[in-house]
Design a protein around this ligand. Structure first.
Ligand SMILES: [Zn+2]
Length: 428
């Protein structure tokens, strides 16, 4: 807590100093820039930031630091692109105690809760998130508010409200949702018209609700095809919640962009995804032991815990197989990016699980930087420390491309050239 307060104060102070000095340039000096493509790192580096973007990057001897630049010493630190988390619900409500407590949450309270979660996300080093389904369009309002500079938070790529079929995952019994190609197309267009960059559909059952079995295909091929076609025509991408091999096979044929969770995917469908370039967003952390205390803390009911346990082993196997088959993997947690797990955040624990399941530390790092940027179609702007990219930069006191757990010690966060966290203990 102390650390967080100090870091927030330091961040505010740096921002203030920058403004007072009227300096246009910030220079990060002396750090080691991790080579995100592999190969030798750039040691004793200088990164110049002008406005929101990186204007120069190179060795100290090669880059001249302007006399009036705000200099931030990064010696002893490894610099990487800001982390990204592709499966976040800022307003997440899970069954049990949490759901009871928030049953009468007003729009205003939801907005404030999500704004607070966005600030915490950025503090955790996560500078970009994708939101595959939040409520009441607070996500879209929050995105606009952050971009205007009214609120503090990461870059947001949102799907607006998820499209739910009657009786399926995310539905409540007795309520009518969107069914059939026509209704689903209309619902997809509605989200896109409100500012959604993605459309989210639920093609199989899930863990958190009782709507349909995890391994079953709940939506028809006609329905999936119609949504994907409608979204793509408007330039939006489509994410499918799926634990099912049968449903995923249909979705890959329909040209779906990403498959979320993939709890019970078999080798055959993973090979199909690999060939088609379909993205998998594993959210492995939700079904593994690291998150057991979290589910106890939020008072999850027994049926939920049982369902989670039975899915966990299959989910782990699916992830291992996906890595073996070179499926495109983008990191996502289905928990708040900063949610405490195993002494770190959900985002970092997710990356550690990828290494435990077969990735190299560098591959795990790429799954949260270059790969996520590629999935979002945002490689021009984010995912790498290069001239012209947004200055979304995180620093850690050890090399995460050698040991992914170095991310646990993350102590500096810059987004769009503004420092939001700089822990005093980091010594610079
Ligand atoms: Zn989710």
């Amino acid at each position: 807590m102390m650390c967080k307060t100090v870091s927030a104060l330091m961040g505010a102070l740096l921002l203030l100093l920058t403004q007072l000095a009227g300096a246009q340039v910030t220079a990060l000096v002396g750090g080691t820039v991790v080579n995100i493509d592999g190969g030798p790192a750039l040691e004793d580096a200088v990164i110049l930031v002008e406005g929101e973007r990186i204007s120069a990057i190179g060795s100290r001897g090669d880059i001249e630091v302007p006399a009036d630049a705000t200099v931030i010493d990064q010696s002893g630190h490894w610099l990487i692109p800001g982390l990204m988390n592709m499966h976040v619900h800022l307003g997440l409500i899970l069954p049990g105690k949490m759901a009871y407590e928030l049953a009468n949450e007003t729009d205003a309270n939801l907005a404030l809760r999500m704004a607070a979660a966005a600030r915490e996300t950025l503090q955790a080093g996560v500078t970009t998130i994708r939101l595959p389904g939040d409520s009441r369009h607070v996500d879209l309002a929050l995105d606009r508010s952050i971009r205007k500079g009214e609120s503090i938070g990461p870059r947001i790529f949102s799907a607006g409200e998820a499209l739910v079929i009657t009786g399926g995952h995310g539905s409540e019994s007795g309520k009518v949702y969107a069914d059939g190609p026509d209704e689903l197309v209309k619902a997809a267009r509605l989200q896109v018209s409100l500012g959604a960059k993605w459309v989210k559909i639920m093609i199989s059952g899930g863990i958190a609700t009782d709507g349909g079995a995890i391994a079953e295909a709940l939506m028809t091929p006609e329905e999936i095809n119609a949504v994907v076609d409608a979204a793509h025509r408007f330039g939006a991408k489509v994410a499918a919640h799926s634990g099912s091999s049968i449903a995923t096979t249909v979705a890959v044929d329909a040209g779906i962009d990403s498959v979320e969770h993939g709890y019970t995917l078999d080798r055959k469908v993973l090979q199909k995804m690999s060939k088609a370039g379909t993205w998998l967003v594993p959210t492995i952390v939700v079904s593994q032991p690291a998150t057991a205390p979290f589910f106890e803390r939020i008072g999850s009911p027994q049926w939920y815990l049982d369902r989670r346990d039975s899915v966990g082993k299959l989910h782990w196997m699916a992830l291992k197989t996906a890595i073996e088959e070179n499926v495109n993997i983008a990191l996502g947690t289905d928990q708040l990016p900063n949610e405490p797990n195993d002494g770190t955040t959900a985002t970092v624990r997710e990356a550690e699980y990828y290494v435990e399941a077969g990735m190299t530390p560098l591959e795990a790092l790429r799954s949260a930087t270059t790969e996520t940027a590629r999935m979002l179609g945002a490689e021009e702007d984010i995912g790498r420390l290069e001239v012209g990219k947004y200055a979304d930069i995180v620093a850690v006191p050890a090399d995460p491309s050698q040991n992914i757990s170095a991310l646990r010690e993350l102590n500096f966060v810059m987004k769009g050239g503004v420092v939001y966290r700089h822990d005093a203990a980091s010594g610079s």
